[in-house]
Design a protein around this ligand. Structure first.
Ligand SMILES: [Zn+2]
Length: 574
């Protein structure tokens, strides 16, 4: 089923078109928006043309080799992958952007395992006790990373637990919840109004990570998230599986955290409501009102958290191509792709190496090939270009979170982050996904460029699932940097969309996060190269544009951008 020959000749023609007919770029901008000049200069196009699918293949082949042992965070294979990536960046002549003149940024992490000695009980004012079972009834972690912690506090129901000034929504209403345990719903108030929590699309306010963070910011000691399958968009089994065993966290840096960060089963939530003489359905309905006020229940959570704490260390790999403009070189475009995967499971029978060929050796191969092509360009962009391969994505975007908190260039001066994660080697794409780009001032450029590349922009099929918040670009967005991922859609040359969807379903069902996500010689990296060229062109444009890219007015990340501009010094790396 190899179509490489046909596909590559199409690409060659396409590139020739771009190279020969640069005035077309300007034409596209005239119809697509105001900000699409200047077009890529000849040397940049020449460098972009050198992006080679076979070089991407070579990186994927090595990074997903069994010898790399699944590139586990804090495991030997992960360290080898980081050294390989750093070595490639050195060979390209790029400058170190890590700590102490190195290509590495240490990401200090802690592994927390909730031990079976943990106890978790609901206690009424009258002294009735209901002990909950770990795993089947609740799942909890001590985010304060202590071996033992006790909680004996009133439970306060706070509805969705959201404070969102831009939507005039505040479930807390100024209530003092210091030292309390907050009972809350996942997701956000339902809406069909785009200006209210983006209608059906999930905003960050709906994610469970936000709920825990907000509760901690308000001084609470614990949070109980009510699990309801339709509201969470996944069943209890998923909560249970992803909340058993060790969970990794960034080492604490003074941020407030919860002693009890937990989910409770819907049946437990119902029982809890009736112990309080309340009705869960009514409580849920009440939470949908703007007038909702927190309710203190006549019930306490009494928990004794016992945890195993382990230090984990891993590195983000980073290099920089200094900009050519003496003024603008203090600003940067950033490219990111995570190199970590799930590692090796020595206790598992049979193939126990999670090679992570698609996820995310492909993204690393693309990142390295983009870096290589910039290094070959006879003309350099005005702003600097940062290349960062982050660690611990599979642990919950931890490497990129640390990067966002300690960027090598202050966040306010990073104009754009382009991320790559799991770009399937399936042939020549006719679509591109850039979800999140439409929220930035850069979108007209993205549209015009997609047009140039004959790529149709495929919108996010399920914005309610909140995929935007589950990939590394989000870690950069939350510190204000306009950021999105670039990926193929489902329509490939020579196939209909149904074929593409079938390939995606088969991958998700059989290989995603399985040891069988492996390299095969018949993989076709044409599409990965196309995504690399597209990203190269976008990055080049952003690096040379007169202004920095911004979030659209009233976007949920606009406030973070404005804040980063106010205090740029506090964002400096250490
Ligand atoms: Zn991934």
């Amino acid at each position: 089923m190899r179509k490489t020959a046909v596909i590559s000749s199409v690409i060659v023609i396409l590139i020739a078109l771009i190279a020969m007919n640069r005035s077309e770029l300007v034409h596209a901008s005239a119809s697509g928006g105001p900000s699409f000049a200047p077009p890529l200069p000849g040397p940049a196009i020449a460098a972009m043309q050198k992006i080679d699918p076979e070089r991407i293949r070579a990186h994927v082949r090595f990074l997903s080799h069994d010898l790399l042992e699944g590139r586990g965070t804090g495991q030997r294979g992960g360290y080898i992958a980081a050294e390989y990536i750093a070595t490639q960046l050195v060979l390209d002549g790029l400058q170190p952007a890590g700590e102490n003149g190195s290509y590495m940024q240490k990401v200090p992490m802690v592994g927390v395992t909730t031990l079976p000695q943990t106890t978790f009980s609901l206690v009424t004012a009258g002294g009735t006790v209901r002990d909950l079972k770990q795993g089947s009834e609740y799942a909890a972690y001590d985010e304060t990373q202590q071996p033992e912690a006790d909680v004996d506090s009133d439970i306060v129901y706070v509805g969705y637990g959201i404070e969102a000034p831009e939507y005039s929504w505040n479930d807390y209403k100024g209530a003092d919840v210091k030292g309390k345990v907050l009972l809350m719903l996942v997701n956000e108030p339902p809406s069909d109004d785009l200006s209210f929590f983006k209608a059906r699309a999930l905003t960050y306010y709906g994610r469970w990570t936000y709920k825990f963070e907000e509760a901690a910011r308000k001084g609470a000691v614990g949070a109980l998230l009510i699990h309801k399958t339709d509201m969470a968009s996944y069943p209890w089994e998923v909560v249970r599986n992803s909340n058993s065993g060790e969970k990794a966290y960034l080492r604490l840096e003074g941020t407030p955290k919860l002693k009890v960060a937990s989910w409770i089963h819907l049946d437990v939530s119902k029982a809890l409501a009736s112990m309080a003489g309340m009705d869960l359905d009514k409580m849920m309905a009440d939470a949908r009102s703007r007038d909702f006020r927190p309710v203190t229940l006549p019930i306490k959570l009494k928990a004794h958290m016992v945890s195993k704490i382990r230090t984990i260390e891993s590195n983000n790999v980073m290099a920089v191509l200094p900009g050519s403009d003496p003024k603008l070189r203090s600003e940067a475009v950033m490219y990111t792709a995570h190199y970590d995967h799930l590692g090796i499971r020595p206790d598992m029978l049979g193939d126990n190496i999670y090679n992570g060929a698609n996820d995310n050796a492909t993204g690393c191969g693309i990142l390295l090939e983009i870096a290589h092509s910039y290094s070959l360009s006879a003309q350099k962009p005005k702003r600097s270009i940062l290349f960062v391969s982050v660690t611990a994505e599979e642990q919950g975007l931890l490497g990129s979170e640390y990067l966002g908190q300690h960027p090598p260039v202050p966040a306010a001066r990073v104009t754009l982050d382009l991320n790559y994660d799991d770009v399937p080697p399936l042939g020549a794409p006719e679509e591109v996904e850039v979800s999140g780009a439409e929220r930035t001032t850069f979108y007209p450029t993205v549209q015009a460029m997609a047009n140039e590349f004959r790529l149709i922009i495929r919108p996010d099929a399920r914005p309610e699932a909140g995929h935007y918040y589950r990939s590394d670009h989000f870690s950069l967005a939350r510190v204000g940097i306009p950021a999105f991922s670039i990926n193929e859609g489902v329509k490939y040359k020579g196939h209909d969309a149904a074929w593409g969807i079938q390939q995606a379903d088969e991958y998700t069902g059989k290989h995603y996060h399985q040891p069988s996500d492996e390299y095969h010689p018949d993989m076709d990296f044409t599409g990965d190269a196309a995504m690399a060229r597209f990203g190269f062109a976008l990055g080049w444009e952003a690096a040379n544009a007169p202004r920095l890219v911004q979030w659209q007015k009233a976007d949920e990340f606009e406030a973070a951008r404005l804040k980063s501009e106010q205090y740029p010094a506090s964002r400096e790396g250490h």
